[in-house]
Design a protein around this ligand. Structure first.
Ligand code: HEC
Length: 468
C-alpha cells in the first residue's frame, strides 16, 4: 500500500494527467520531468526497465528503499497508464527538442535514408481543404474538397475553375464533407468514379436557432460527362437510424481488389458502438464494387450483425491500403491521445476500440489501462505520442526503387509523411521523409510513379520526384 497518501484532500480522479504529475511526482522528478531527488524521466535512460510495462510497474510498485513511492492504491491502473503515456510524450518531446527537420521547399532536394527527392508543387492555389486525389488514365486527376466539391486537374496540370456539377449533396460540418474519391480499376472500360462522404440532412428544431444535422458515411459511384456527374448509383447508404449529429470520425478511403470494395465507417465519436456488430460505426466494410454484400463476408448469417462488416472495433481510421506483395489490408487509425495505430486488417477480427487502446482522453484524463486483451488484435505498430495519422499508401512505382513496396503514412498534427518498411507483416524500418510543410491529409502513389501528398494549411498538392 502507499507509504504516503497525498497530503491535501484533492480529488485525483478528476485530475488531468499533467495535474496528477504536478501534484504527486514533480517534487521528486521535476516539473519538466528532468529529475531531482528522483531520476530524470525524459533522458531515455531507464534503470528499472524501459518498456511501458516496466514504467507501469515502477510507478505502481515503487521502490521504498530508493525512495520511490508505490502508487497503486493511491492511483487507479487507468491513471497509472495515463502517466506512462504522459511520460512517453515528454520523453519524445525532449528527444526531438532542438532537432530541426529541413522544411521542404519546392525545387530543393531533400535527402532521406534511402532516396533523395525534389519537392514539386502540383497545385498551389485554388483548392479549399483538399482531401483525396484519384488519377485518370489520361494523366488528369480528380480532387475532393471537403466543403463538397469535386475538382478536375486536366492532363496538362491545369485546375478546372469550376467544380464538377451535380455531385451529391454532402453534410459539410465538423470533419464531414466530401472526402474520398477513387476510380474503378477498370475505369477505362466502365468510367466509374467512386465518392465517399458524409450523407445526411438538416432539420429545424423548434425554439432553437441552430438546425440539427444527422449524418453518416456513404458511398456512391457515378460517371463524369462534360464536367457533369451522371449515372449515379448508391453503393453504401445505411439505415437512417444510424445517422447522428456528431461531426467526427467518418472514415471512407477506398481499396479495390478482385471486384470488392473495402472502405471505412468511423465510430462517429460513439466509442462502444465500435464493438456492436448491429451498427455500422467503427467498422471496415467489404462490398462488391456494385454495392452487393458478398456472401462469404465473415458475419453473413450471424444474428443481428450487419453483413457488410469485414472487421470491427475501429475508432477513426483515416488510411487504408493493400500490400501489393501479398494482398494484406492495412489501416491507420487516428487514436485518442497517444493511441494512433497501424493495423493489419483481417476478416472478422476485433481491433479493440474502446476496450483496449494505447491512448488516453485528449484532455489528459485516463481511459483504460488495458492495451491487450484475448480475442482482440494488437496493432502492427502504434504511436505514443500521437502523430494524427491520415492517408496511407504502399509505393508501387519504379521511380524510387529503394522505396518499392514501402508503406507511406501521413500525419496531420505532426505534419509528416513517414515511411514504414513492412516485412512479413512487421515494421522493420520507420523514417520521417517529409516534415513541417503542412498538415498531411493524404499520401498516395500514382500511376506516374511519383508520390503525391495532399496538404491542408496551406491547402495544396505536392509530389515527390526523384532527384535528377
Ligand atoms: C518521494 C520522491 C518521489 C516521488 C514523489 C515520485 N518518485 Fe518516482 N522515483 C523516485 C526515485 C528515488 C526513483 C528511483 C530512481 C533510481 O533508481 O535512481 C524513482 C523511480 C521512478 C521511475 C523509474 C525510473 C527508472 O529509471 O526506471 C518512474 C517511471 C517513476 N519514478 C515515476 C514516478 C511517477 C509517475 C510519480 C508520481 C506518480 C513518481 N515517480 C513519484 C522518487 C520519487
Amino acid at each position: 500500500m502507499a507509504a504516503e497518501e497525498p497530503a491535501a484532500a484533492v480529488d485525483l480522479s478528476k485530475m488531468k494527467v499533467n495535474e496528477v504529475f504536478g501534484h504527486l511526482c514533480a517534487t521528486c522528478h521535476g516539473k519538466q520531468l528532468d529529475g531531482g531527488q528522483g531520476g530524470s524521466l525524459i533522458d531515455g535512460e531507464w534503470k528499472h526497465g524501459a518498456s511501458d510495462a516496466d514504467l507501469f510497474r515502477s510507478i505502481a510498485k515503487g521502490n521504498l528503499q530508493l525512495g520511490m513511492t508505490p502508487w497503486e492504491g493511491v492511483l487507479t491502473k487507468d491513471q497509472i497508464r495515463a502517466l506512462v503515456i504522459y511520460i512517453r510524450e515528454k520523453e519524445k518531446e525532449a528527444r526531438f527538442k532542438g532537432l530541426t527537420f529541413p522544411v521542404p521547399e519546392p525545387g530543393k532536394v531533400v535527402k532521406t535514408e534511402r532516396e533523395n527527392y525534389v519537392f514539386e508543387m502540383v497545385v498551389e492555389e485554388g483548392l479549399e481543404h483538399p482531401w483525396a486525389i484519384a488519377f485518370l488514365p489520361d494523366g488528369g486527376k480528380l480532387v475532393t474538397e471537403r466543403p463538397g466539391r469535386l475538382r478536375l486537374i486536366d492532363a496538362k496540370g491545369k485546375l478546372h475553375p469550376e467544380a464538377v456539377e451535380g455531385t451529391p449533396e454532402v453534410m459539410a460540418f465538423g470533419q464531414g464533407g466530401l472526402l474520398e474519391v477513387a476510380v474503378h480499376p477498370n475505369y477505362t472500360e466502365n468510367g466509374w468514379v467512386y465518392l465517399g462522404f458524409s450523407d445526411g440532412w438538416r432539420e429545424k428544431v423548434p425554439g432553437k436557432e441552430k438546425s440539427k444535422v444527422s449524418a453518416l458515411t456513404a458511398v456512391v459511384r457515378g460517371r463524369i460527362k462534360d464536367h457533369q456527374w451522371v449515372d449515379q448509383e448508391w453503393i453504401y447508404r445505411d439505415d437512417k437510424k444510424f445517422y447522428g449529429s456528431s461531426g467526427v470520425h467518418f472514415g471512407t478511403r477506398f481499396v479495390f481488389d478482385a471486384g470488392y470494395l473495402y472502405f471505412i465507417v468511423g465510430e462517429r465519436g460513439g466509442l462502444e458502438v465500435a464493438q456492436d456488430l448491429s451498427m455500422p460505426q467503427g467498422k471496415v466494410f467489404r462490398l462488391h464494387d456494385d454495392g452487393r454484400v458478398p456472401t462469404d463476408n465473415p458475419f453473413v448469417g450471424k444474428d443481428g450483425a450487419l453483413p457488410g462488416i469485414w472487421s470491427y472495433g475501429h475508432r477513426n481510421p483515416q488510411g487504408l491500403d493493400m500490400d501489393p506483395r501479398d494482398g494484406h489490408l492495412y489501416d491507420t487509425e487516428h487514436g485518442p491521445r497517444g493511441g494512433d495505430e497501424c493495423n493489419l486488417i483481417l476478416p472478422g477480427r476485433n481491433y479493440g476500440w474502446p476496450v483496449i487502446t494505447y491512448g488516453m482522453n485528449y484532455n489528459g484524463t485516463p481511459m483504460t489501462s488495458e492495451t491487450y486483451r484475448q480475442g482482440m488484435e494488437q496493432p502492427v505498430t502504434y504511436w505514443v505520442p500521437s502523430i494524427a495519422t491520415c492517408g496511407l499508401s504502399f509505393y508501387r512505382g519504379d521511380r524510387f526503387p529503394q522505396w518499392k513496396n514501402d508503406l507511406f503514412v501521413g500525419a496531420l498534427k505532426q505534419k509528416e509523411v513517414r515511411r514504414l518498411r513492412i516485412i512479413d507483416q512487421e515494421v522493420v524500418e520507420e523514417e520521417i521523409v517529409l516534415k513541417d510543410y503542412g498538415r498531411v491529409r493524404d499520401v498516395t502513389d500514382a500511376p506516374d510513379g511519383y508520390l503525391y501528398v495532399i496538404l491542408n494549411d496551406p491547402d495544396c498538392i505536392v509530389r515527390l520526384v526523384p532527384q535528377g
